[in-house]
Design a protein around this ligand. Structure first.
Ligand SMILES: Nc1ncnc2c1ncn2[C@@H]1O[C@H](COP(=O)(O)OP(=O)(O)OP(=O)(O)O)[C@@H](O)[C@H]1O
Ligand SMILES: C[C@@](O)(CCO)CC(=O)[O-]
Ligand SMILES: [Mg+2]
Length: 387
């Protein structure tokens, strides 16, 4: 039996970083996905190995099941309905199992993702040989939630073969999960994110699991029902960064300037709440669309200013901000910052010619621009020979 699962990436419209410290944030899924294909194999077919292929990265890993059994003897009785946090001892053992794979130095950032995979696999499936193939349409480590969609896609594929069978409505062969299964897979994906991020708020795995647009605060999710025709240009500065380090940096600033940071977190909270309200307010005509866009632009600018005060902007992000401002367009970083991607609101009245000019100027700096559909489905799966 083979199952293929997919989970979308995301943009954060307001509230990144502050959400780690209890503020509200607003996020939406985008139509770029991580795909995980899982096939349980017979011991003879696979040489009793667990294999992980990261196809677009040109990497393949394999562990003899006996080696995993010896290293993690307590995980022999998989219990997919109870998400487990990796203990410090398990993290050490998994790190050794990953180190034994000799990941090339240039790709060493992937080690945390491979650790998350090993943890999720052994907890949910136990000591079974299998072949897992992962591909992704998302740029890795760029603020579009690649780590969360990786964890959600893997959890979704693993759970589909152990009881949480997707069976909602099918579109093009993709099946959605029941509400209770979404809750379970979101919890598992969060355990994976912890191994990659250190201290995730959970917003990225939640929006990847549930899709659409969400408001998120202290572990709780509110769905946003918005009919607003939101268009964003996404600019990837291609400056590499690491969410774990950026989140840790903000926490250190919090320790040094506790009161000041708390005020900023409260301000971000108000920005996110207002942004969610604005997105849900009805729009009747072009005039109300323009008024809404102006409000959104102002909120994005305010949020960006506060993100700068957290120390998570970057020279490349500032270049995008200055460039888009020349065309009277508002931008903010999205995700953890420090490089990665920047969002620019594209007002509905903006001509295609201007959009082309902005993109040409941004790309002349070596950045990559694209648009994505905002607010589609979350985790889905399909079986065997479907897409
Ligand atoms: N397709 C994948 N295969 C293997 N590992 C992956 C994959 N996608 C993400 N990862 C893991 O996630 C890490 C990147 O996560 P990180 O949180 O730093 O960035 P992001 O999730 O893209 O951005 P953000 O958290 O700001 O939205 C990679 O270094 C790798 O360990
Ligand atoms: C920076 C952060 O707020 C968002 C990363 O997409 C981290 C998190 O919430 O886990
Ligand atoms: Mg991430």
């Amino acid at each position: 039996m083979e199952v293929k699962a997919r989970a979308p990436g995301k943009i954060i419209l307001a509230g990144e970083h502050a959400v780690v410290h209890g503020s509200t944030a607003v996020a939406a899924s985008i139509d770029l996905y991580t795909y995980a294909t899982l096939r349980l194999t017979s011991p003879s077919e696979s040489n009793d190995m667990l294999k992980l292929q990261l196809t677009d990265l040109g990497l393949e890993f394999s562990w003899p099941i006996g080696r995993i059994k010896k290293a993690l003897p307590d995980l022999g009785f998989p219990f997919s309905s109870t998400p487990r946090t990796a203990s410090a001892e398990s993290v050490k053992v998994i790190t050794t199992l990953v180190e034994e794979q000799n990941i090339p130095e240039a790709k060493i950032g992937l080690a945390s993702g491979v650790s998350a995979f090993l943890w999720l696999y052994t907890c949910i499936q136990g000591f079974k040989p299998a072949s897992v193939v992962v591909t992704s349409g998302l740029p890795l480590g760029s603020g579009l939630g690649s780590s969360a969609s990786f964890c959600v896609a893997i959890s979704a594929a693993l759970l589909a073969l152990s009881g949480s069978v997707p069976m909602g409505t099918s579109h093009h062969g993709w099946l959605s999960y029941e509400e209770s299964d979404l809750e379970l897979l979101n919890k598992w994906a969060f355990e994976g994110e912890k191994l990659i991020h250190g201290k995730p708020s959970g917003i990225d795995n939640t929006v990847s699991t549930y899709g659409n647009m969400i408001k998120y605060r202290s572990g709780s999710l509110t769905r946003i029902k918005s009919n607003f025709p939101l268009r964003m240009l996404i600019t990837n500065t291609k400056v590499g960064r690491n969410t774990k380090a950026l989140v840790a940096g903000v926490s250190e600033r919090m320790l040094r300037h506790h009161d000041a940071m708390n005020f900023i977190f409260r301000a971000v909270n108000s920005i996110s709440e207002e942004l969610a309200t604005v997105l849900q307010s009805p729009v009747h005509d072009d005039l109300s669309v323009t008024a809404t866009e102006e409000k959104l632009e102002e909120l994005m600018e305010m949020n960006q200013g506060l993100l700068q005060s957290f120390g998570v902007s970057h020279a490349s992000i500032e270049t995008v901000l200055q460039t888009t401002l020349k065309y009277k367009l508002s931008s903010k970083l999205t995700g953890a910052g420090g490089g990665g991607c920047v969002l620019t609101l594209l007002p509905s009245s903006l001509s295609g010619m201007v959009v082309d000019k902005v993109i040409a100027e941004l790309e002349s700096y070596g950045f990559q621009c694209f648009t994505a559909a905002i607010g589609g489905n979350g985790a889905e799966a399909c079986f065997d020979d479907q897409p």
